[in-house]
Design a protein around this ligand. Sequence first.
Ligand code: FE2
Ligand code: FE2
Length: 432
Amino acid sequence: MERSMGFGLRLVEPTQSLRLGEDNGMMVVPTDNIKSGQVLAEEVRDISGRLLLSKGQTIEANHIRIFKIWGISEVNLVGAERQEDTSDPLMDPAMIEQTKKSVKALFCHMDLEHPAVKEIYRIAVQFRCKHNIIVENDNLPVDNQSIPRHDREKDFPQKLKKKNIILPELPSVAFELKKVIENPMSSAEHIAQVVSRSPSLTAVVLKIVNSSFYGLPSKISTVSHAVSLIGTQEISVLALGISILSIFKNLPKETIDMHSFLRHSLVCGLLSRVFAAHKNVPQTEQLFVSGLLHDLGRLILYIYFPDESRNVLVRSRNHNNLLYKEEKDYLGCDHAQLGVQLMKQWKLPLILRNNVLYHHKPSEAPQSVPATIVHLADIIVNSLGIGSSGEKFIPPLDCNAWENLELSPSSFETIIGQATHQFQALESILHT
Ligand SMILES: [Fe+2]
Ligand SMILES: [Fe+2]
């Protein structure tokens, strides 16, 4: 059955809440379409189950703001009328069909009958229609000329040695932050001191702390205040991740679209963090940083192995194959292994390294839940089409790891709503 929603999309198989809502004279309305004065037909809770507003309450302007901060994408209202935005060009059914078709092609390595994949596909079509995200042609030559396998030296340090490549050192501020993380006795003053040494890092940390990422009620103007509210470990790990990606900030445009890469990484980090909070996994910041750094190895490839990177990309298009599988076939190792080598050299915590190493095969990870969270976040960010790290197809779901995670696909919409809302608030840090 097909039906249309307020924001002009046709959805196959509406959710249970939509059906129940309508049967009882209520209507599920997207948060963007709520107006002050409307009355809630059902209570609204955030993903941690905290009550935001009770059933029967009249909605005021500040409530709508709170819903947005907490990523509530829709609420159930009394007597609300369906709001068709007929001015929206995305109403065009032909365009929606086209989006479904092109997104389906990206899912060719996925089992669309799997309930989790089915839900990700549904949300991806909806999201891409709403935000006008088209499946772009990357203009890579598909000449069908086979590119033979390259130097398949598995030992990464050997590979670098052959090319006389010296990888970047960990920035001194990141090195100091790592020491703070490793020392359980570190004080709020200590971490504040380290972060404050870098004005740009201070600015970014404060921006994150004051955004809907944390949803704190008042403005925080110093790092020490942020640490006292959020915690030493959390702020340190957050600052560490940011300072690491800043190493690669000023790459020449012809090498890689770094902005697109950072968008992919940031949304993967945000989704990982929200999934972690939803699953009550402690230290959600570690998951944020794992998501942020999950494709770090691709940066090494693009920067130090540009010819090989291009060949891998062309091979993946020629073979209609996943990029990470082509990396392994062509180079003997994939970007996850390369990224971890660099993280090892920097002596970053083992849990971060494992989340990165196993993000395409989390069922093999020593701790599968955090690795599965990053895996799922990567699948979703690829599906939504926010930024890119070079992969054209949606990486396949590790079904065993998914079973272990014990998560309902019905939670995806809220989690994605919350993470993408945080992304809107944070996107400007990519320009800092
Ligand atoms: Fe990856
Ligand atoms: Fe990725």
